[in-house]
Write a protein that binds this ligand. Sequence first.
Ligand SMILES: [Zn+2]
Length: 365
Amino acid sequence: MIDKNKIGIIVDEDFTTKNVPPYPYPTFLSYETPLRIKAVLNYLEKTDVFKNERIIKIEPITVEEDIIYLAHTKYLVNSIKSLSGRGAGLLGDEVFITEDTFDLAKKAVGASITSINNVINNEVNQSFALIRPPGHHALREKSSGLCIFNNVANSIIFLREELQYTKKIAIIDIDAHFGDGLVQYFYDDPSVLYFSIHEYDFVEGEIGFIDEIGTGEGLGKSINFPIPLNSTDNDFLETIEILEPVLREFKPEFIIIAAGFDMYYADPIGNCLLTSFSYYKFTEKLLKIAEDICEGKMVFILEGGYSLIGLPVCIHSVIKALLKERYERPLFECVDFSADAKKSEIYKIKSALKNLLVTYWDSIV
Ligand SMILES: [Zn+2]
């Protein structure tokens, strides 16, 4: 029996102190910092979120190296471990390694598995894993884009192979960047729906276009909704018009949200103009759908989001929506972005996407 009231937040102090980027001034690599989680936890404390009787803090389980091998090559895992052992290193242009990286990335996978286990075992109804480093760019054989191990993919493969969990799972990836690593694990898998909303910039290996809809038995089960740069709250929320019918038809057992918040207007890496209101409304809508199709079971796993002001308020807005409490945007967010800045472009993308998906989904007309 599900405890309908409980929301688990997976918290570990190590995420607030370890894997400090070794850069004295801002660069792309310096934004993935322990301050991200520290700022979020401070804000949730100050806003009394943890005093709410429906919220429970949960410690992550520890996973051993062999669990990481489920999703990654031994060569990659050993490379990260070896560089961490030496105290520092760089993997390509977008991944820094410190002495903590290997252990913290392993812990992020453990926390991600914990957040899912708690929901599927009915200990909580929703959960939020406040983890770093993020994961959705990591490929089986390559860490990439500030991501070390693919937390979401690793957790799903763990469910499949270690727990013999065969039920359908939906992933909704709302990070500003395309989950070029995550999508590839399940591209031919009809039991996993991958729905990505991302910036239309395609820096991620030139993939993430609308016509990439899966392959083999997975055809139709990968859906990309790219949105233009400078999209606003209203633009972002238009994506629900495709997401909702597909989710209702797919009927997953639970929903994972690869929760990146770098479409926030003040994010130093993303290029959209969202406020925390987007994430509140999106979660509110998704919760309603989840309650109809999968007893409200939702798991949020943190991906990107690099504004130390934006990330806390966005995560707070998500939790407020899960609590079904009213949410008011902080005053500093009352910025004057035109409400429907990219409306006509969004409509074009939506209609092209419908044309592609109509073959695979009865609910798309
Ligand atoms: Zn991102």
